[in-house]
Design a protein around this ligand. Structure first.
Ligand code: G3P
Ligand code: CA
Length: 239
């Protein structure tokens, strides 16, 4: 089962930063998860929200910053404010880290609220540049984006993210040629996991921070869990 460090080792370190990704790998995560947006000058950057304010000492939408300016923003978590590894990374910087390791990478394309021009093409081109197609899965709450990814590169793995029930979700996933479903934990049932398995659709579940659920889902042999506590999940997986 893939132990995806959700936004890196994000309980211990500021989310979606180089420090959080490097530490996730160090403590034994087997996958990383991150979120991608685009700056005004078309640089793919790794940050969760459309707006910088929750996580960085600044205000405004990512799409309205040039990269050189967004990079200057210091992290909002006080202990890490001056740490250069806690600025907003580019996707390319994280791909370089992934390339040097063995981990898988789930890139969530965050274009469900903002339509970033060509974000799927740009993401896939960068993944190809580092020859990481075999270690990447692209996901989004925007299922049109998931479809576009498959059209651009049929060999790259995709997953549909969802946080509200979708009727016949396995059929739905098959129709859009997705390789995986990425449901919110509260939507998961044993029947769903079983049906996915019968149809060769992977099941990666977010965000699983509770040991009781970790144990249960390991027992049900799901394909991956996204967790803010990859070290805890690693220990539970060893049990
Ligand atoms: O990819 C799983 C999970 O990250 C989706 O939700 O809001 O944490 O990006 P969110
Ligand atoms: Ca995400």
């Amino acid at each position: 089962m893939i132990n995806f460090a959700h936004r890196g080792a994000s309980n211990d370190y500021p989310e979606n930063t180089i420090l959080a990704f490097e530490n996730a790998i160090k403590i034994g995560a087997t996958g990383l998860e991150l979120d991608v947006h685009k700056t005004r000058d078309n640089i793919l950057v790794v940050i969760h929200d459309e707006d910088v304010e929750r996580t960085f000492l600044g205000k405004g939408l990512v799409k309205n910053f040039d990269f050189k300016d967004i990079r200057k923003l210091r992290n909002r978590r006080k202990l890490f404010e001056d740490n250069k590894k806690c600025r907003i990374p580019t996707l390319e910087e994280v791909l370089k880290i992934v390339k040097k390791s063995n981990v898988l990478l789930n890139i969530e394309i965050k274009n469900d609220e903002i339509d970033y021009k060509d974000i799927e093409e740009d993401t896939i081109n960068l993944v190809r540049k580092y020859e990481l197609q075999d270690r990447v899965i692209l996901s989004s709450f925007n299922h049109e984006a998931v479809k576009r990814c498959k059209k651009i590169d049929g060999s790259i793995k995709t997953g549909i993210l969802y946080d509200k029930d979708i009727e016949n979700v396995i059929e739905y996933a098959k129709n859009i040629k997705a390789d995986a479903i990425h449901p919110s934990l509260r939507l998961v049932t044993e029947e769903l996991i079983q049906e996915a398995r019968e149809n060769n659709i992977a099941v990666n579940i977010y965000t699983v921070n509770n040991p009781v659920y970790m144990r249960k889902l390991i027992e049900l042999e799901v394909d991956g869990l996204f967790t803010d506590y990859p070290e805890l999940l690693k220990d539970i997986m060893k049990e």
